[in-house]
Design a protein around this ligand. Sequence first.
Ligand SMILES: [Fe+2]
Length: 221
Amino acid sequence: MKIKVYNKKIPYIVIDDWYTDTELKSIWSEIDFYTNGRDLKDVLRADDTIVARDNDTNKSLAESYRWYPNAYYNSNQTSMSPIFRLSKKLGDDELHNVFKDVYPWYNMFLSTNRSTPMVSYYEGGDYYKPHYDSFMYTQLIWLTRKPKLWTDGNLYVEPIEHKKEKILFKNNRSVIFPSMMKHSVDPIQWKEKPKESGYGRYTITYFMYHEPTYEIPEDTK
Ligand SMILES: [Fe+2]
């Protein structure tokens, strides 16, 4: 992993080579399963889901396909899912070590104890307009098949109000940031429209949050 912290007013972390080659192989098996499991025209579009919406028009700010692994597995089956299993990488020591001195943002990172995954898939013209997420931290992991047949689809973050910074799309690159920071994805463009689906831009998102746990002694329940 190559980790760099951008310690702005709101910090964010860019990590290249997030997955090892072995992890990538298993992650792609799950992505292929979702992509090929049913015709793309029958896959949820962002607009059909709980998505960030324009306050005035209520129109979805995102155009992309989406899969919610939580909806497909019960709690005993998640160990079958590389996407669930590899969420443990968020506890990686190297990652925590580079972030631990970023006060007070690391405290909030450390306070998260749960994450919920989402897989999104962008084809030509798909995008995500500026929005924020309703969680504590957001992790994005970007993937694309080779050969890469599209351009753009970069991420813009707003660590300082009205000052956008561009983070270039790169295969197997991850970005972690506080969920309330504004972020957006510019529309992807096909350089060459593929005959098969699955050649666009994938994002695995982990929404990280804190779930309170209570241990109540038996005799006081
Ligand atoms: Fe988001």
